[in-house]
Design a protein around this ligand. Structure first.
Ligand code: MRU
Length: 350
């Protein structure tokens, strides 16, 4: 499998080649490949890779699903490809045919995600126009939700892109997204490539930006949406939702239906990935070396040796702080358990 190595962006557009499942698991854990929808696609292709190489597909599926715990799409993508592989195997087909079925399923999921992205962009733009009738949207976003994480143009970023193409995006405010800087490295890179007017800010500058009346709406993606409408997304999302509520600014989540996990009842039940302390206690090194590398002489400490760090990768925003959840199958607003259940029932009928 050949993946764009997201740890090297924006300095280098380098590929990472995964010829076996452990290499793909490493790519997922180091965030070379990341973002909920893309993790689902990568997981499905990972099962196809395992099948094609003659590995134990059930074991590979377990390893891939467990590589990161929070983004539900990863396990979903793995499950889809595994189910296709099992179905063909149970019919008595040979290994090659079963591997082909897993690959076909991964490709189907990839295409579906691209289609979902197009639909979310259209629905998201229509919602923005309804919420902000004056146009000239100034949108704040967090983390990275564009083409880098999707089979198409992404989730929240795809909506901002649609607003830009419609001539209605005045500014995209890009949170840098500590500690791994998905906003600074990746969203600013995608915004520049697409010609969006954008400005980068440190995460802790968001409060003063709201206070200055410079934010018309917040658009973010999601890693898992639970049955009650709680949203797990990149750490730092929840404080934005609190700010948005205080300042009467719409807070909109954009995610494909595959990010909804009806089996998880509420936010408290979501497993939040804890990342290494070193991501916080050492200065992130950017540029040609990529984020994972240390500068000459070793990693540059930003805290005294031995400092402990609290480094959850995600936080949870409760449904009452979310104005709307935009999916390819429809918009849930207000966000309630009934609304989520209805949407899921509708999307199964499509
Ligand atoms: O740790 P990451 O970079 O994989 O986290 C990604 C995010 O939190 C995104 O906001 C989320 O996956 C939505 S992407 C469409």
């Amino acid at each position: 499998m050949v993946l764009l190595d997201q740890t090297r962006l924006p300095a280098e557009e380098t590929e990472v080649v995964c010829t076996d499942v452990p290499a793909l698991v490493r790519a997922v854990q180091t965030l070379a490949v990341r973002g909920a929808p893309l993790l689902g696609i990568a997981g499905a292709y990972g099962v196809a890779l395992a099948a094609a190489r003659g590995y134990d597909v059930e074991e590979a599926a377990l390893q891939l699903s467990g590589a990161r715990p929070t983004a539900v799409n990863l396990a979903y993508g793995v499950r889809r490809a595994l189910a296709a592989h099992r179905a063909v195997t149970e019919r008595g087909a040979d290994r090659k045919e079963a591997a082909r079925a897993a690959l076909d399923e991964a490709r189907r999921l990839h295409r579906e995600d691209a289609d979902a992205s197009t639909a979310m962009a259209a629905r998201g733009l229509a919602l923005l126009d309804e919420l902000l009738p004056g146009g000239g949207h100034r949108i704040l976003t967090h983390c990275n939700t564009g083409a880098l994480v999707s089979g198409g143009e992404g989730t929240a970023f795809a909506v901002a892109l649609a607003a830009h193409r419609a001539g209605r995006l005045q500014r995209l405010w890009v949170d840098e997204t500590r500690p791994l800087l998905q906003g600074a490295r990746l969203t600013a890179y995608e915004a520049a490539r697409n010609g969006l007017p954008h400005t980068l800010l440190t995460d802790n500058a968001a409060g003063s930006l709201f206070a200055a009346g410079e934010v018309d709406a917040v658009l973010v993606g999601a890693d898992r949406i639970t049955a009650d409408g709680s949203v797990a997304n990149k750490v730092g999302t929840y404080p934005l939702a609190v700010l948005a509520k205080y300042h009467h600014v719409p807070f909109v989540v954009v995610a494909p239906v595959t990010t909804i996990d009806i089996g998880t009842p509420d936010g408290a039940s979501i497993e939040i990935e804890q990342r290494p302390a070193s991501e916080v206690t050492q200065l992130t090194v950017l540029g040609a070396a990529g984020v994972a590398a240390a500068p000459p002489g070793g990693p540059a400490a930003s805290a005294p040796p031995g400092t402990r760090a609290y480094n959850p990768a995600f936080d949870v925003t409760p449904p009452e702080l979310v104005t709307a959840i935009v999916t390819e199958a429809g918009v849930v607003s207000p966000v309630t358990g009934d609304g989520i259940a209805e949407l899921c029932a509708r999307s199964l009928q499509v």
